[in-house]
Design a protein around this ligand. Sequence first.
Ligand SMILES: Nc1ncnc2c1ncn2[C@@H]1O[C@H](COP(=O)(O)OP(=O)(O)OP(=O)(O)O)[C@@H](O)[C@H]1O
Length: 387
Amino acid sequence: MKPFNSRAGKTVPQGTGYLAYVTAPLPPNPPVLFDAEMIRILSEADLALGQLSGISSLLPNPDLFVAMYVKKEAVLSSQIEGIQCTLDEVLQHEKDAEGVRTKAIGEVVNYVNAMNYGIKRLETLPLSLRLIREIHGHLLHGVRGEHKDPGEFRRTQNWIGPQGCTLATATFVPPPVPDMMESLANLELFLHDRTSMPLTVQCALIHAQFETIHPFLDGNGRVGRLMVSLLLHERSVLKQPLLYISLFLKENRAEYYDRLMDVRRNGNWEGWVKFFLTGIAQVSNEAAVTAQRIVKFREETMIKARAFGKNELALVDLLFEYPIIDIRTAERLLDCTYVTASTSLQNLAKDGCVKEVTGQKRNRLYKFVGYLDLFEPEARIDRLDHA
Ligand SMILES: Nc1ncnc2c1ncn2[C@@H]1O[C@H](COP(=O)(O)OP(=O)(O)OP(=O)(O)O)[C@@H](O)[C@H]1O
């Protein structure tokens, strides 16, 4: 048995010749050190989260913003794991319920469903092991990993590392099942702790510990990221799941993994917490900027649409809900004739509000380009530079 350091866990040799990791309980002992740098990053993260929370009340449709962000986060989460799927594909899938649902899109849709399920469930159940298992069940339902015990903690040893590696050559071997159950019980107690530390720091510790325990056979990353949003929601810091941590973790994947390993090997919680809080500050700031732009974009688009008439104005409202739309759907939702729906969409297209994307005469499809662009990180950075 080799303790790395008093607040790190230890590796324990297993009968079949490999070393598995056993976690140290949360909160860390000695406690997380709040030096000057930590205090600065913590206050930046808290300030950014507060601004994001405040601005959500100004959004024309916070629910939609949330939906778009959850989708975007889901797409990125899937991309972390190497599944490519764009936001357009997800929206396209939603538009056409009969459409072919590829596996990648299925995973994204499941992620959105799991998030919505979790938020609803928090009305009656605290964030707990039971809720985590339920969310996992939704996440893996009918997609890749569906045979890997959705909704159930693992009953066998797992390991993390490059594809094809074995228990002996793995980068990291999470706790054996009995130790895993003990670590989970401690994690659950810590989830309910409302007094020992700032919530954002608690989120950082919980995410890292959850990834280290790795209690599921698949989907641990996605569940671990969802837990952050759900905890912020449960504690009323951010009522809508507007936080968008996946982008940061994706862009800094090597450092993300290194920091987790540094906690496991050396008990360096401070390095991890600072990294995580930097991410919270960055993604909250970006989301707040996006929210401001949506408010402004909506005002500008309404002015353009009003110049055409009341149908176009109603259509713009609809487009915030259905950013990819065909004429039949517009006809049905606006409760007007096919010709009126078609003319209104063409008018908006003339003004550049929407863009026809098929290039066909029939089954035309219009995209609310200006709005969708606001969710693209590249476009956002570009506009920030020129703002
Ligand atoms: N080399 C590594 N070092 C440290 N942590 C790792 C490493 N590889 C994976 N992890 C952790 O395990 C998670 C992935 O676990 P798993 O494959 O069960 O989850 P997932 O949701 O299917 O994947 P992903 O997080 O990639 O979307 C990562 O998000 C990360 O937290």
